[in-house]
Ligand binder design. Sequence first.
Ligand code: F6P
Length: 341
Amino acid sequence: MRIGLLTGGGDVPGLNAAIRAVVKRGEGTHGHSLIGFRNGWRGVVDGDVVPLGRPQIRNVLPVGGTLLGTARYHPHADDGGIDAVLATLEAERIDALICIGGDGTLHAASKVAEAGVRIVAIPKTIDNDVWGTDRSIGFDTAVTIATEALDRVHTTAESHNRVMIVEVMGRHAGWIAVEAGIAGGAELVLVPEAPFDIEKVVRFLKHRHRAHASFSIVVVAEGAVPAEGTAMHYRTEVGRFGEIVAGAIGERLKTEIAERTGFDTRVTVLGHVQRGGIPTAADRILGSRLGVAAIDAVTRGETGVMAAVQGERVVLLPLGDVAGKVKHVPADLIDVADTLA
Ligand code: F6P
């Protein structure tokens, strides 16, 4: 078979492990030939192909980013986009496509699959909010980076008797905030799943500083918002390309907390640092497992599915069941973060 591979949406550490696994298993075990599309769906529409074989995957396992490049582009949102995809796939004689991506890429994959293309998807996003899989590639690395940042912020917060707000990524779900918050011992974790009341935040901080501490760490997910009808009015700030404006909620919280408590307050926005650099072992292993599962599924003719990890197993789920849904942080995990605060 001749199989195309693309990575779409925001890059994450561990993508190269998945690409490598697809190539090694696809070429070595199954005897397929593989080609890469550059910059996600954009490369499919433009017919921007690159060779993909052993030479391209040499030494990529510990390297962050994606050797194929990526873009936030969705062919179904563009006039004639799907037709252009079909034309390229025909011209390149592609039998099946493997797409590695987050919600946007998977949504596009389900639209392209509806147009008759054989597709298997692999979930990746540091946000960990792809429905149906316990873990997405990149999440473990992001949590590890955010946890280390919290450890570092901790000592300077304590030395200066400050409130330190650390803003982490997470547009629709607060997975990084909650897991890094637990691992890094944050006093407060604010996430999109649980809109907050600024009065309660302030009461908590005042009580803590009066009773037993002179500093606090507050972790806030970029998509966190105050609850309707509470004392702080704020809507998530969205930029020109639909992206959440980094630092907006962190800065806003800093102002509110500093004004309402009088405490010396600072904000640190982790931003794209969370998405860069060396993948953790867990992300390399996850990428490798999902890559093998995806190419095996294509080989068996099981397409229109996403490879997902559930417990100890890798399973295949219908693309239509997962695309367009957000996997939120469950209440019991948020409760752990709150309890340990
Ligand atoms: O989707 C993953 C993510 O890292 C989000 O957490 C974040 O809001 C967004 O990407 C940032 O996107 P960009 O890299 O396009 O600025």
